[in-house]
Design a protein around this ligand. Structure first.
Ligand code: NI
Length: 135
């Protein structure tokens, strides 16, 4: 029995072009890069599987603080989740942009709700979630 599986996927051609270019630049190949991306996807999303599990990690967000209401909403959300937020580090990157690192620990379902709330804020350009199972 083979230890590799072959499959075909359909993707945006520009995305594939960019992916192949970067893959070549880092000295990899398409299969290795797709396998690495799949492992990354599993790490990124596996924590969401058990709603009652205790997990910990960080939410990293990049946003434009000049977008009307963004600071107030972000502060309000963080006050609504004080039971799972342990610290927040704010970095003023430049005139408009800020980076915020929110350290969290708590129940999966609560952190999923927090993630969803932050994702919906207008002005948040990127949100990266890094959560680990700690049980
Ligand atoms: Ni700032």
């Amino acid at each position: 029995m083979s230890n590799v599986a072959r499959f075909s996927v359909s993707v945006n051609p520009q995305l594939l072009e960019e992916f192949d270019k970067l893959t070549t630049e880092v000295g990899s190949n398409r299969s290795m890069a797709v396998e690495s991306a799949m492992r990354g996807y599993l790490v990124e999303h596996k924590w969401t599987m058990k709603d009652n599990a205790d997990v910990a990690g960080a939410l990293i967000l990049f946003y434009d603080h000049h977008v009307k209401g963004v600071m107030e909403i972000l502060t309000q959300i963080q006050h609504d989740y004080i039971d799972v937020i342990y610290s927040t580090t704010h970095i003023h990157l430049e005139h408009n942009n800020c980076l915020e690192i929110i350290a969290v620990r708590g129940q999966v379902k609560k952190l999923k709700a927090l993630k969803k709330s932050i994702e919906s804020i207008k002005g948040v350009k990127q949100l990266q979630v890094s959560i680990m199972n700690i049980q």
